[in-house]
Ligand binder design. Structure first.
Ligand SMILES: Nc1ncnc2c1ncn2[C@@H]1O[C@H](COP(=O)(O)OP(=O)(O)OP(=O)(O)O)[C@@H](O)[C@H]1O
Ligand SMILES: [Mg+2]
Length: 582
């Protein structure tokens, strides 16, 4: 490949201007300066190329060399990605830590995976088979829970001449073709180029988070996008990490974008110790983490979303459901803003570049459920759930607004709820899910024909509670009708049992849909029987103070398994109690 050599003409923060780079193309990678720092061409104008540098630019001076090999920024895909923790340009932080401590040495080149590692390979094709792009040549048990499909890369096809039948390693062929070409375990893929698929499919199934607020009230689909905006300390990181742990995804890609330095150390030390609640295996067996702390170069932070989504696509192509969690998109947008200001681009709102939404769109549009490349029926998905940190919690700011354009669900976090320690602090009135309509059939078929009705009733109850609270402000609680007072009590029960969900309560941290359904059944059995008792003349105090109320409030402490039977027993007890109270 042709090499283009130029010289540094100027350095401005994370960007470098190079001259003498005639023929260099946009978005190609360059090595800059004496240490060969990784950089990408982001503008070409009047014979000068502007590069964003993925490493600290300190020490670069005018006149140092810039070399381009005319290649785009790529990530290395292949077995061994799982369990890794990378920076935004896929440098493995564990290995760097082993090699030289917490700080990343300049120009340090470390392979993203141990490509020399031998992997036992189970072939699925044989000599003489005609294969095309996306075909699965064989499998490798990448971790205890994930079988890695070795696929024919996009654009490649041929007739199998030889295929490995035992261990494979390095860049040695896994499969050779009659025409002399071959496929090995690893491939470089440009981060800014979406990996191809046969077709995008409409959503049909929920992405199960195990969180009642999301699954029942504000569902996101497999292949959908949800954004979680919230002011300082409202619980964004807890939402992302809870979903990483309990969300029903095969693979989790976690992008920690520009969070504090000590949080990265926590991820490096704490994450490997976390257990997968489903399999009991280390959670890292199905996770790739990408971290960029605020003390790392901003350009690497900009790249991290694209590095993350490319790895997500690779596992999607194997037929997995991938959750891509980003915390937070705002830090990413700030990196974009900083780079843009160095380019002296005309700033848009609040200094963000006018192309903020387009750029963000090129990330979000890579979510979705697809039919994967290849002759067999294989389906995979990428569900994106990203936190947004609007300054001052003001959702009208540009990053929240730009993200909203691409979000199918909005989980709006509310500082008042967080302050009252109502977690997850989701303001259900300010939030929405555009996916609910698509999921109605699924709810009816897979959960219960009553599910939709109960959900509607719950929303109505919460709505009515708000109206009643306004009335109380004016006339006082004493003036309320007794039936309305009872409704307020039911709303309190619904809020404190159903909407609140603590991640620190092991029995409650993950809820099956069945548990979510039966919790609503109990709440409304209580409300209906209480109302009937009131109508029969039972004193309201007696109803409100029933000892059964404590049992209803303690539903959270019952694990999902076996919940339905306990709920049925509780409903019977409620019916007996109020029936006998006459
Ligand atoms: N679901 C939850 N259950 C219990 N506690 C929670 C929950 N969510 C948040 N919290 C509490 O709120 C605190 C702040 O949460 P978190 O760090 O996720 O906020 P954040 O929005 O990410 O903050 P920042 O703006 O600093 O990034 C947590 O340390 C925890 O004590
Ligand atoms: Mg946070």
């Amino acid at each position: 490949m042709s090499e283009i050599r130029g010289k540094i003409y100027g350095v401005a923060g994370p960007t470098v201007i190079a001259k003498g780079m005639d023929g260099v193309k946009m978005n190609t990678v360059c090595l800059v300066g004496n240490s060969g720092l990784l950089a990408e061409v982001i503008r070409i104008r009047e014979g000068l190329a502007t590069l964003q540098v993925y490493e600290d630019t300190g020490g670069l001076t005018v006149g140092q060399e810039v070399v381009s090999h005319a290649k785009p920024l790529t990530v290395l895909l292949g077995p061994g990605l799982l369990s890794n923790i990378y920076d935004g340009t896929q440098r493995p932080l564990y290995k760097i830590k082993e090699a030289g401590g917490d700080f990343i040495g300049k120009g340090l080149k470390v392979s993203p995976m141990d490509t020399a590692k031998p992997w036992p390979f189970i072939p699925l094709k044989k000599q003489g088979d005609a294969v095309t792009e996306g075909d699965v040549l064989g499998t490798i048990q990448e971790t205890e829970c994930i079988s890695h499909k070795v696929m024919v890369p996009p654009g490649v096809s041929g007739t199998v001449k030889t295929i490995a039948s035992a261990e494979v390693s390095g860049r040695a062929p896994v499969c050779t073709f009659e025409d002399g070409s071959f496929v090995n375990l690893y491939q470089d893929w440009p981060v800014r180029k979406p990996r191809p698929f046969i077709a995008k499919l409409p959503p049909s199934m929920p992405f199960i988070t195990g969180q009642r607020m999301f699954d029942t009230l504000l569902p996101v689909v497999l292949g959908g996008t949800a954004i979680v905006p919230g002011g300082f300390g409202t619980g964004k990181t807890v939402v992302e990490q809870t979903i990483a742990k309990y969300g029903r995804a095969d693979i989790v890609i976690y992008i920690g974008c520009g969070e504090r330095g000590n949080e990265m150390t926590e991820i490096l030390t704490d994450f490997p110790a976390l257990k997968d609640p489903v399999t009991g295996l280390p959670l890292s067996h199905r996770t790739v983490i990408i971290v960029n702390t605020s003390n790392m170069p901003v350009a690497a932070r900009e790249a991290s979303l694209f590095t993350g989504v490319t790895i997500a696509e690779y596992y999607r192509d194997m037929g997995y459901n991938v959750a891509l969690l980003a915390d937070s998109i705002s830090r990413w947008a700030e990196a974009l803003r900083e780079i843009s200001s160095r380019l002296e681009e005309m700033p848009g709102e609040e200094g963000f570049p006018p192309h903020l939404a387009t750029h963000l769109g090129s990330f979000y549009e890579r979510s979705g459920k697809v039919r994967c490349l290849g002759p067999e029926d294989r389906y995979g998905s990428i569900t994106v759930i990203s936190a947004v940190s609007p300054p001052g919690g003001d959702f009208s700011e540009p990053v929240t607004q730009a993200s909203l354009r691409f979000a199918g669900a909005l989980w709006a976090l509310d500082p008042d709820l967080a302050y009252r320690r109502h977690f997850p602090a989701v303001n259900w009135q300010a939030s929405f899910s555009l996916y609910y309509n698509e999921l109605k059939d699924w709810f009816t078929k897979e959960v219960s024909p009553e599910m939709q009705g109960l959900r509607q009733r719950l929303l109505k109850l919460l709505q009515r509670e708000n109206e009643l609270k306004e009335i109380i402000q004016i006339i006082g609680v004493e003036a309320l009708q007794e039936s309305d007072r009872l409704m307020l009590e039911a709303a309190i029960i619904a809020r404190d049992t159903f909407l609140k969900q603590s991640v620190f309560n092991e029995a409650d941290a993950f809820n099956s849909y069945e548990k979510q359904f039966w919790m609503m059944k109990v709440i409304f059995a209580f409300a209906d029987n209480a109302e009937a008792a009131l109508k029969r003349g039972v004193y309201i105090e007696k109803i409100i103070d029933t000892p059964l109320r404590a049992d209803v409030m303690a539903m959270q402490d019952i694990p999902s398994i076996g919940f339905a039977q306990k709920a049925e027993a509780l409903i019977e007890a409620i019916e007996r109690e109020f029936g006998a109270a006459e």
